[in-house]
Ligand binder design. Structure first.
Ligand SMILES: Nc1nc2c(ncn2[C@@H]2O[C@H](COP(=O)(O)OP(=O)(O)OP(=O)(O)O)[C@@H](O)[C@H]2O)c(=O)[nH]1
Length: 357
């Protein structure tokens, strides 16, 4: 699909940059425009994409320091300026807009829902959020911010694709190394999703259409993606079981929100050289995912990738019954009560999170 990506906050900008770099490296041509928006000048300086500093009057380029109410206020004040900066980022061919943000901080957490709402008002194409959930060991304020931001995002966005910062982290990495690693994993996986339906140079056309990705995403408020890859034989006939077992690995141990097995709708994509990808294998994997997720709406297809491995991507939409998500919402509620008690902030009702799950 032809996508426009808008990163809000530090994580949002870095993930947007990583997605564009992956799109260019793999020559997908799906990412048609990017913009990084932030309240912190230094966070924008290192980015290799177009940037926009907001909230200068209010925070003078210093960021909002994990205050997501301030993040929302700044975006509300400057949202027209941001919309005005989208010429050339969103064009008449754009099929979907993704607003990307870390949900635990201030600028992205508070600003992304405000921007999504305005984009929905102005554009007729789907507006999705790609939201990064804080890891378990991040402080209470991050959990509380993320809970609050998620509550608003699911209301405003056509779907919110979630990545848990604990899901794809390698053990032993420093925080910065870990973020770079997670960002490139996000870029690899979401990159394939965005590239669905594009005619990839030198490899052929994808059998998965962008409308299948869009229709899957549209059928659930919250979504997640899983990924796994395996060595593959040169002949498609020998890869039937490889595709099924790789789909199993993607769903059971490779999800961006772990412990997510039920979904309202799903899409299974087998990526690899077309001679290696067995249609029968894709169909078997699709049926397996259908049984496992107890969803009646599972689409399947393949995607051309210049690799001697086979990778399977599983997109799940409507994942509200995930155990990990339930744990996260419980922690966010608990944390927001503590933060409220500390700050005596009355504005945010932890109870609001109850009806999300
Ligand atoms: N995956 C990933 N997560 C990140 C990255 N940088 C920060 N985070 C996470 O994002 C959350 C913090 O959001 P940031 O994007 O740093 O904050 P911000 O939106 O810029 O807001 P302020 O700094 O408060 O103005 C935390 O949960 C971090 O764990 C990154 O590069 N990659």
């Amino acid at each position: 699909m032809k996508a426009a990506l808008i990163g809000v906050g530090q994580a949002g900008g870095k993930v947007t940059e990583a997605l564009l770099a992956e799109d260019q490296r793999a020559e997908y041509g799906a990412v048609r425009g990017t913009l990084a928006v932030n309240t912190a000048k230094t966070d924008l300086e290192g980015l290799d994409i177009d940037t926009m500093l907001i909230g200068q009057e209010r925070v003078k380029g210093h960021g909002v320091g994990a205050d997501n109410e301030l993040g929302a206020e700044v975006m509300t004040n400057d949202v027209r300026e941001v919309m005005g900066g989208l010429d050339g980022v969103v064009d008449p061919h754009t099929e979907a807009i993704f607003v990307i943000a870390g949900l635990g901080g201030g600028t992205g957490s508070g600003g992304a829902p405000v921007l999504v709402k305005e984009l929905q008002r102005v554009y007729e194409i789907p507006v999705y959020a790609l939201g990064i959930l804080p890891g378990r060991d991040e402080g209470g304020i991050y959990q509380a911010n993320a809970g609050r931001s998620l509550k608003t995002l699911v209301r405003e966005a056509d779907s919110t694709l979630l990545v848990d910062n604990d899901a794809w982290r390698s053990t032993g990495d420093s925080v910065t190394e870990a973020f770079d690693e997670i960002n490139s994993r996000i870029a690899r996986r979401v990159g394939i999703l965005l590239a669905a339906g594009e005619n990839i140079e030198g490899v052929g056309e994808s059998v998965v259409d962008s409308s299948e990705v869009i229709n899957t995403l549209q059928s659930g408020e919250m979504s997640a993606i899983g990924f796994a890859s395996a060595e593959a034989a040169a002949d498609a006939g020998e890869n039937i079981n490889t595709i099924t077992s790789t789909a199993r690995k993607a769903l059971l141990s490779g999800m961006s929100v772990p412990q997510t097995t039920e979904a309202g709708a799903a899409l299974v994509v087998a990526a690899g050289e077309s001679e290696r990808v067995s249609r029968k294998g894709v169909e078997k994997a699709r049926t397996w995912v259908e049984d496992e997720t107890r969803s009646m709406q599972v689409r399947g297809g393949d995607f051309p990738l210049d690799s001697d491995k086979i990778a399977v991507l599983v997109l799940l939409a409507g994942i509200s019954r995930s155990q990990r998500l339930q744990e996260f919402m419980d922690r966010a509620k608990e944390a927001s009560k503590e933060v409220e008690a500390e700050q005596e902030t009355e504005n945010f009702q932890a109870d609001e999170l109850d009806d999300l799950i």
